[in-house]
Design a protein around this ligand. Structure first.
Ligand code: DGJ
Length: 724
């Protein structure tokens, strides 16, 4: 719900449990009052006067200063010296000030499009239009309210209304949120290739903290999701703000803590911002052109980290992923099993074995196309290797489809230096520069800012998949952008090439979904290098990491689950060495992979009979509880990031899945399950065992599992329910 109070000049946005309030001061400045619990006790007083601050020209001697204002959005060069939301350059001037002009409250339908966004029907929306008369630009701050998930999304839409002058956008953040105080911790996801999305909690410090990517992709190092919480907040109590960005390219999430010291009443503020990375941005807006900053996502919960996560999961499931399949396939992927050593005969025999193992899709990973026996060549040409697959792609896929669904890997955004496409079109490579281009995995990035490149990729996809019964595609991306520039653009014209590139990727992904609506799409970027909401808006699932060692992958998965739901996380059981295919090791890997969409990457020919039987039993068990994992409420009971051991649950009504991973040592294993009903008797559906609710609640049951030095999955159904 959104309303405007004409007397107070305030806007109030309400979700189920949260409230966001801002107002207009002196008829022109947007001021932030409150974001948090539903309350009527909002303090509308201005912050106390601070000396040594500047005031807007018409408010000299009033003590009113943009430096101490809780801003809704912050402009460069006009008195707010904290982190800037908007910095423009026009006629050699860089100072801007956007003032309130008008607003509109309405309901709108949002659909999936070439610009990734949160979608839904009849979404309450508020547009506040501001203008900078000197630059001749308008800025629309857009707020969308997602009531049930307690999420408000924000974006900024900048329009150059000038008839003749261009405006260069140096920085245009998607949102800015100022909070009083500084006693907060920040939770962020950090890592590297093969070690993605570890959850880190640190106290905020005075100054700026930046989570940033300059890679043209969100990358493995930081993730755009982050949260800010009270020092005392834990998984089940305390105030927590969660933020994310629906964007797949270089981003900046920034947190700045500042002190303000009016005599006798010192106070601190925290500014949270997220948006496109402003470094080397320089996006040129021609007369009458518009720049739309990607949509940012904000949520608040007073019920701890689990409460914030629950909001985020509900939002992503209902507003980002509604297109995703209800039942994801259980895939056998060829990569870890065979790498480039694949051929028709071998893969057909895998396909024949799959149904009895409960696997429903064979996904042929890298190595199927011509001149692809290693990673040095072939990307861009996309013709099947007839030596490995003499029947050709269509006939081979038809043969596979007699047993299971057929899936295939592509990396459309890339071009090998050693490819016919590169020899034909060296100018299609992204990176116009006077110096030689850096090379990654022997490949360059295609210039997806160019329409002719997008058209080539669309034609190639159609040609490649024509009449092929394909049901699943894995879309990979294995290097980042360097020496960013485009042969298609004059030196400065356009600017923002990395941004235009990722918008090109989104265009292609959107086209792909519309053209192949029945294909299940898994996206990936060298593991979890593009685990973000923009890619999720086009994917059924995203590959979280190439690392499948359970103790390490547990950290990646539970890190990712803090901000993203299980339904979008693709997780496989693999055994890099045959000797690890012991039943215990297979079960450890299964329990960890069961936190998302299960799949396998194993050479079925090399596995002992016992391991094959284990796979059959795992898929059978997984099918019993996968709905609860995908749709249930995720709740961390013990976090492997802080405790060493993990106790994770997915709760649906009276039933719950419990995954206990005691893969590392910890001081005490006793783990209470507060949501278990101590007066009930449960059936553990995967073994048939009867368990007393008291034992679950008291901590004894999970404690035993965690003491065992392994990872285990259990699925509890309340007795009374099972019998009716
Ligand atoms: C990186 C991915 O993360 C792997 O799963 C695999 O698809 C390889 N690329 C193939 O080159």
């Amino acid at each position: 719900m959104i309303y405007y109070d004409e007397d107070k000049k305030t806007f109030t946005l309400k979700t189920k449990d949260t409230c966001y309030v801002m107002g207009i001061l002196y008829s022109k400045y947007l001021f932030h009052y409150h974001y948090g619990t539903l309350t009527d006790a909002i303090c509308y007083a201005l912050p106390p006067e601070v000396s040594f601050s500047t005031s807007p020209p018409e408010l000299d001697y009033t003590g009113f200063s943009l430096e101490t204002l809780m801003a809704e959005y912050a402009y460069y060069g006009t008195g707010d010296f904290r982190a800037t939301s908007l910095r423009l350059r026009c006629r050699n001037d860089e100072s801007t000030m956007f003032c309130y002009k008008e607003h509109r409250i309405y309901f709108a339908d949002y659909k999936q499009s070439e610009i990734p966004c949160a979608y839904g029907k009849h979404i309450p929306t508020l547009d506040i239009v501001l203008s900078d008369e000197v630059f001749g630009c308008t800025l629309t701050l857009r707020y969308k309210v997602f009531r049930d998930s307690n999420v408000i999304t924000r974006s900024a839409i900048l329009r150059n209304e000038n008839a003749t002058d261009t405006v260069t956008v140096e920085n245009c953040m998607s949102m800015c949120l100022d909070l009083y105080g500084s006693d907060y911790d920040v939770l962020s996801l950090y890592g590297s290739y093969g070690n993605e999305m570890n959850l880190k909690r640190n106290p905020l410090f005075f100054g700026n903290q930046r989570l940033i990517s300059r890679r043209g992709a969100t990358g493995h190092i930081y993730n755009p999701f982050f949260a800010v919480c009270d020092h005392a907040a834990d998984y089940d109590s305390g105030n927590v703000y969660g933020l994310n960005l629906i964007y797949g390219g270089s981003f900046l999430s920034e947190i700045e803590v500042s002190a303000h010291s009016p005599v006798g009443k010192p106070y601190d503020t925290v500014r949270l911002q997220t948006g496109v990375c402003p470094e080397n941005f320089g996006y040129v807006l021609c007369p009458r052109e518009t720049f739309v900053a990607p949509e940012a996502v904000m949520t608040f919960s007073s019920c701890g980290i689990n409460g914030m996560t629950e909001n985020m999961h509900r939002f992503v499931n209902t507003a980002i992923l509604p297109h995703a399949r209800q039942k994801m396939p259980i895939v056998l992927n060829t990569w870890e099993a065979c790498f480039y050593d694949i051929n028709e005969e071998k893969l057909l025999s895998f396909a024949r074995m799959c149904p009895s193992l409960g696997i429903d899709t064979l996904a042929v990973d890298d190595g199927w196309f011509a001149r692809r026996n290693d990673d040095a060549s072939g990307l861009g040409d996309w013709k099947i290797d007839r030596k490995k697959f003499p029947s050709g792609l269509r006939v081979f896929a038809e043969k596979v489809s007699q047993y299971v669904d057929f899936g295939i890997w592509i990396e459309p955004e890339m071009i090998s230096k050693d490819s016919d496409l590169y020899r034909r079109h060296p100018e299609w490579v992204l990176g116009k520069t006077s110096r030689p281009l850096s090379i990654g995995r022997h490949q360059y990035v295609l210039d997806l800012t160019r329409d002719e490149v997008l058209d080539y990729l669309k034609d190639t996809c159609c040609e490649m998949l024509r009449d092929v019964p394909v049901r699943y595609i894995k879309w990979d991306m294995n290097r980042h952008l360097t020496e960013v520039g485009s042969f298609a653009h004059d030196d400065d014209a356009g600017g923002g090439i990395a941004h235009r590139y990722i918008m090109g990727v989104c265009k292609l992904l959107h086209w792909f979904r519309v053209t192949f609506p029945d294909v299940c799409l898994e996206t990936c970027s060298g593991g979890g290098g593009r685990y973000n909401l923009a890619l999720a808006a086009y994917s059924d699932m995203i590959w979280a990491s190439d690392n499948t060692y359970p103790a390490e992958r547990l950290l990646t998965e539970t890190g990712a689950l803090t901000g993203y739901p299980a339904s979008m996380m693709s997780c496989h059981v693999s055994c890099p060495s045959d000797s690890e295919a012991s039943e215990r090791e297979m079960e450890n890997r299964f329990a960890v992979a069961a936190m998302g969409t299960l799949g396998y990457e194993l050479d079925l020919h090399r596995l002992p009979e016992t391991a094959l039987a284990t796979i059959g039993s795992q898929t059978q068990r997984y099918k019993l509880f996968r709905d609860t994992v995908a749709k249930g409420t995720y709740r961390v009971v013990r976090s492997p990031h802080s405790d060493g051991v993990g106790a994770i649950s997915f709760i649906q009504g009276d039933d719950f899945v419990l995954i206990c991973a005691g893969l590392r040592r910890c001081a005490s294993t006793s783990t209470e399950l507060p949501f278990a009903d101590e007066n009930a008797v449960y059936t553990e559906m995967l073994s048939g065992e009867t368990v007393n609710g008291k034992e679950l609640k008291s901590g004894a049951y999970a404690g035993k599992l965690l003491a065992g030095g392994c990872a285990t999955v259990k699925y509890f159904v309340k007795e009374s329910k099972r019998t009716c």
